[in-house]
Ligand binder design. Structure first.
Ligand code: GLU
Length: 320
């Protein structure tokens, strides 16, 4: 079976070196394995996404030396590759979950729901436990609330523990009561990241999900969805995030570390690839090389967890 990996950026800003590192690792994994690499644009959250950023992301990837076998600008059997155009699939998945009795309407107020946003990252979207209040509403209570408010839809988590072996981070087990029911469709009609990413990875035949470590805690929720939808789950690898001197992950608002700004200061893609390869422990020296030249040196499980800091990258590139 051909292995398939993907890079799934949200076009909410310019691509920074943190995104570039994750994209490179996923691309290298597939190129080394002779697999296929898919680019998917996760623009489901229209308030956060912009088409011009989706275009720039693609230009930046190509500049960096990363190509894709399927995705925007390339015809593939899983098209379209923009989540905003795939909503019928998320609707079908909700129908399946509904028929299986795994959804319930949630009428909690906006401020309560603010802690369960659509952004895949950040504590708010993953950490906040839902008290489960709306799960036990009687039909009469539901009817009364429905008259006043459009509900969000929540997915009922299984009560059993969920475990998986992360290719990089090792074994992880989440107790049945550690994860609360989460929103799969917001009151404003938007499908959640967790639902869309699961449906798409399955529909696109992704066998190897490689992404940033900040999404590790999303994995048990997605595994619960795979199970409930009767879909085969991929393997997961969560690579270390590039962090700044204070240990914070990069934000798309940090303009100095975008690929575009580095390119403008004369940094070549080869120097950036070389710096990443050295800091991740894939090569012994920070010598410039193309992404393609790095393929034989890449070793996912050798990826160093420390040392991947923006300061180090800037020092090696002699910028900043
Ligand atoms: N769209 C997510 C992001 O921009 C990535 C989702 C994933 O890789 O599962 O970070």
């Amino acid at each position: 079976m051909t292995r398939r990996g993907r890079f799934a950026p949200t076009p909410s800003g310019l691509m920074h070196i943190g995104n570039a590192f994750t994209a490179l690792a996923s691309w290298l994994q597939m190129r080394q394995a002779g697999g296929e690499f898919v680019l998917r644009i996760e623009d489901i959250d229209i308030a956060r996404s912009r088409p011009e950023y989706a275009e720039k992301l693609q230009d930046d990837l190509l500049w960096f030396g990363i190509d894709w076998d399927e995705g925007p600008r390339i015809v593939g059997s899983c098209a379209p590759y923009e989540q905003s155009l795939r909503q019928h699939l998320y609707r079908e998945a909700l129908d399946t979950l509904h028929s299986a009795g795994r959804l319930y309407p949630c009428y909690c107020s906006r401020s309560e729901l603010a802690s369960i946003g659509n952004a895949p990252h950040g504590l708010a979207s993953e950490g906040a436990a839902y008290h489960g209040g709306c799960r036990s509403l009687s039909p009469e209570e539901r009817q009364a609330r429905a008259a006043k408010k459009t509900p969000a839809l929540r997915f009922i988590m299984p009560t059993h523990a969920i475990g998986f072996h992360d290719v990089l981070a090792g074994p992880h087990t989440y107790a049945g009561d550690a994860l609360s029911d989460f929103v799969v469709k917001r009151a404003d009609g938007m499908f959640s990241y967790q639902l869309a990413v699961t449906v798409d990875d399955a529909a696109m035949g992704i066998t190897d999900v490689l992404r940033g470590a900040d999404l590790l805690d999303s994995t048990p929720r997605q595994l619960a969805l795979y199970e409930a939808l009767g879909l085969k789950a991929p393997s997961f690898a969560h690579v270390p995030l590039l962090v700044d001197a204070s240990g914070q992950r990069l934000s798309k608002r940090d303009k100095a570390l975008t690929l575009a700004s580095l390119r403008d200061t004369g940094v070549t893609p080869e120097r950036l690839v070389g710096a990443f390869a050295y800091l991740a422990g894939w090569t012994d020296r920070p010598e410039p090389l193309t992404a393609r030249e790095l393929i034989p040196c890449f070793g996912l499980i050798r990826t160093a967890a420390d040392g991947l800091t923006t300061d180090q990258v800037q020092r090696l590139l002699a910028v900043g």
